[in-house]
Ligand binder design. Sequence first.
Ligand code: URA
Length: 271
Amino acid sequence: MTGTDPHAEALAQLAWLVELGATEAIGEQPVNRFEEADAAKVADRQQKPVAPPAAPVAKSVTSPDRAPLDEAVEVARRLAAGAGDLAALRAAIDAFEGCELKKGARNLVFADGNPAARLMIIGEAPGRDEDREGFPFVGRAGKLLDRMLAAIGLSRKAEEAENAVYIANVLPWRPPQNRDPTPDEIAMMLPFLARHVALANPDLIVPMGNIACQAVLGRRGITRLRGQWTQAFDRPALPMFHPAYLLRSPARKREAWADLLEIQSRLKGLN
Ligand code: URA
């Protein structure tokens, strides 16, 4: 999709509204969906058991056996710094032996989309489908992500930079059983991600979900972070909910829609 076809954009928006749960085209009264979301949040808090506190994210800092990690990070930094373009960066990651995940993965999942895009999305790590196909966000969450992007006229297939998206993950290899990446895995792959961003040079970054926020912002708490502009890798960044979370918590799609409109407006401002 090119993003300039108003019919295609209207259809994408309609698909998004259906995603939100819309079943009727017309209502008698305007409905404030955000109010409903607040009410749902209160109900949620009352009904759900309190989640256990997040795992400490800086385990390696106090670990007595830091040397192998420090060494891996140093090797990653050297390899990343030596990569002069994206193809070289991909080869450098492929050559990196410091991360055990590589041994269990079928494919290196480097990126998808148009590297000339003004928007770069950073996800967490490949899942089963991505590991099998070698591209990020190709499973259910990826399909939802594509619909979300289409609703604001963006596509990973677009050839023109202004309608394009570039997508990568914090980790390029699938963690076993889709477990969360460990702080050490994030630390040793971060130099590659930083170089990836520098080489693609997007105008805006969208870290999706807590793991991506932890990696690129050093902070978690996506519910508070989402929708708030911040800086990552020396450029504006807007954290958003991860599409896999949106599949589990459809009520949060309203906030995701607000974030998408914010991105669309910021991109328009760059024209
Ligand atoms: N979730 C992610 O964060 N990245 C993918 O590539 C797929 C699912």
